[in-house]
Design a protein around this ligand. Structure first.
Ligand SMILES: CC(C)(COP(=O)(O)OP(=O)(O)OC[C@H]1O[C@@H](n2cnc3c(N)ncnc32)[C@H](O)[C@@H]1OP(=O)(O)O)[C@@H](O)C(=O)NCCC(=O)NCCS
Length: 143
């Protein structure tokens, strides 16, 4: 397994990875914009040419890192890859003065348990936040 930084030519494979691993639908142009704003923070895990994990985020003006995507292929979950991706993103954000990490998760999802394990706290509820009407929970962690 290789950790590498996203390149524009990864976009189609990345969109396929999201289709298989994330419930939400995204416009692919969004990811080129995310990449152009913070290229080092857009990290892929590859098994050969295949993307099996990905994380990207945005550094906000209020010294917060907002995690936008964090996902690992189902057959590779619970092997530490999600934690490693998140920690790499956090490490790469430190030189921008980031002091807090923030993100949204589906209420009751396994991702919620993952972030709790990594010491994130719930700070807000976003009613009907997701496309299917599911509520979102805002979680944050001081770093
Ligand atoms: C959330 C996600 C990225 C976690 O990745 P991962 O590689 O499985 O996570 P790790 O192996 O690093 O897990 C670290 C710890 O988090 C907790 N955890 C992870 N997945 C969990 C689950 N499904 N249920 C309960 N706890 C979980 C465990 O305590 C785990 O440690 P352990 O396996 O030693 O018990 C992965 O489950 C995923 O891709 N989910 C689908 C996409 C998604 O919901 N992304 C989040 C949107 S922001």
């Amino acid at each position: 397994m290789i950790f590498s930084t996203f390149k524009n030519e990864d976009l189609d494979e990345f969109m396929q990875f999201l289709d298989s691993n994330i419930t939400e639908n995204y416009d692919k142009k969004v990811f080129l914009s995310i990449k152009s704003r913070w290229p080092d923070g857009f990290i892929l895990i590859k098994d050969g040419d295949r993307i099996v994990g990905a994380g990207c985020g945005a550094i906000q003006l209020n010294s917060k890192l907002r995690i936008l995507i964090l996902a690992v292929s189902k057959n590779l979950q619970r092997q530490g890859f999600g934690s490693k991706l998140l920690n790499m993103m956090i490490e790469r954000s430190l030189s921008y003065g980031v002091k807090k990490v923030t993100l949204e998760v589906r209420q009751g999802s396994s991702a919620f348990s993952f972030y709790r394990k990594l010491n994130f706290s719930s700070v807000d509820l976003l009613p009907c936040y997701y496309q299917d009407g599911c509520d979102g929970i805002v979680m944050e962690k001081q770093i």
